[in-house]
Design a protein around this ligand. Structure first.
Ligand code: EPU
Length: 422
């Protein structure tokens, strides 16, 4: 969907009620799709979310020469045999951050990648120096020129890599390249997010030998050849969290099915601390109403800490809590573009350095607001559901990058939400 094509209209104040299923994980999907290039054999990925980021990656694979069969919301089959390209121009990479995974995947496939710098949400400076450091350690010559990363290696050679900070993107990118390197790679200070584990499981199902994913040391014993696979991606941790927050924000009673409750512990703990009732089963979470919600202090951290991707919707929820909350963002220094929009809706918010001070208000009210990035979009939806009156949300294409049919899902829970063409 092109920016500005439609707007979302929400008439708030209705408690969300009922049951809803979670889609497949975006941040797993965007790693696993490029990973299909690590073999010539076809692979099938099931439970992919039907979102723009997935569509953009499929178009990149096709551009590189892969054949694909995609049934949105069901499966993607990739036939990578015809891939002989190694260049991904900016017209493709500007659509999503995860286009940088083509660097690791193409290096792993053929030792050669030329990929333009990625686009994606503007949430602060997002360098990729650790990705490049990892590729260099594996023996690739790296050059950056004219907005393009040129990476070339005769034969990738396993190495020990110590990241300067915990980075999801670089951990994934090095895993992709190292899976096909000669010898052993050890990634120290690796990210531990659920999608890192899911990517490792995917690669292992292709014949890779990866151990330790989910801890901060990942060991990869490179294989010359990998084979095709059929794999089901895990449910989306952030969509689950967004729905939990939306349920709490509207004082609703919602059961979220098909999720992994252990991935949600940091959010569940915060909601319980606020006084929200949250109960977990094996693969579902129920959020129940509690009229009085207490202010809490939140600090984003790498997994298993509170995810930065839920910081913005959580801030919207805290606008309705009793007292003053603090929300400290430690991962992306400019992930605050939703604050001006929340202020238009009556939020009492102050940003001090990287910490948002949220003074709870009796009610938010609807207003026209503009989405600046994916999770800002989620925050504005939550605020719109809480608010009195009509909220008009512009630039919805950011939301479509990462949430599958979000308004249809919320409508099925009783929300008054729809889209209107501009
Ligand atoms: N960083 C560097 N150098 C690097 C890599 C990262 O300085 O080479 C810094 C970043 O600037 C940031 C921190 O390290 O301050 C963490 O960045 P990370 O690499 O973990 O983030 P990412 O790979 O850019 C992914 C997700 C984000 C999610 C973060 C954190 C994808 C495509 N993106 O980004 O998802 O917020 O991990 O969990 O998987 C979203 O879904 O809305 C989203 C932005």
């Amino acid at each position: 969907m092109m920016p500005g094509k439609d707007k979302m209209l929400i008439t708030g104040g209705k408690p969300l009620m009922g049951e809803i299923s979670v889609s497949g994980g975006k941040n797993t999907a965007v790693a696993v799709i490029p990973a299909t290039l690590l073999t010539d054999e076809p692979s099938t990925i099931e439970n992919l979310p039907d979102i723009d980021d997935v569509q953009a990656l499929i178009e990149i694979l096709q551009y590189l020469g892969a054949k694909t069969e995609y049934v949105p919301g069901h499966h993607l089959k990739v036939y990578p045999q015809g891939v002989n390209g190694h260049q991904v121009p900016f017209e493709f990479t500007k659509r999503l951050r995860a286009s940088y995974y083509l660097l690791g995947a193409l290096l792993g496939r053929g030792g050669h990648a030329e990929v333009a710098y990625p686009g994606g949400c503007d949430i602060g400076s997002r360098p990729i120096d650790q990705h490049l450091k990892g590729f260099s350690a594996l023996g690739a010559a790296i050059e950056e020129r004219g907005g393009i990363v040129y990476a070339k290696a005769g034969m990738l050679q396993g190495a020990d890599i110590f990241f300067d900070m915990v980075t999801v993107g670089a951990t994934i990118n090095v895993m992709l390249a190292a899976a096909r390197a000669t010898g052993n790679t050890i990634i120290y200070n690796a990210a531990k997010e659920p999608h890192i584990v899911d990517l490792a499981n995917f690669l292992n199902s292709m014949g890779a030998r990866i151990k330790g994913a989910g801890t901060d040391v990942i060991r990869i014993s490179g294989r010359q050849e990998l084979h095709g696979t059929t794999y089901t991606v895990i449910p989306d941790q952030i969509e689950t969290g967004t729905l939990m927050i939306a349920a709490a924000a509207t004082r609703g009673d919602v059961t979220i099915r098909g999720c992994i409750p252990t991935h949600m512990e940091s959010l569940t703990a915060k909601l319980l601390e606020m006084g929200v009732r949250v109960t977990e089963n094996d693969d579902s979470i129920r959020v129940r109403p509690q009229y009085e919600q207490r202010a809490v202090n939140v600090k984003t951290q790498v997994y298993p800490g509170f995810p930065t991707d839920l910081q913005q919707p959580m801030t919207a929820l805290l606008c309705g809590a009793n007292g003053t909350s603090t929300v400290c963002e430690t991962i992306f220094e400019q992930r605050f573009k939703h604050l001006d929009e929340l202020r238009r809706m009556g939020a009492h918010i102050k940003l001090v350095d990287r910490t948002v001070l949220v003074e709870g208000v009796h009610e938010l009210y609807g207003a026209p607001v503009v989405v600046t990035d994916l999770r800002a979009g989620a925050a504005l939806i939550v605020a719109g559901l809480m608010a009195k009156g009509l909220t008009e949300i512009y630039e919805t294409s950011y939301i479509d990058r990462g949430y599958e049919r979000i308004e249809a899902k919320l409508r099925s829970l009783g929300a008054d939400i729809r889209r209107e063409k501009l």
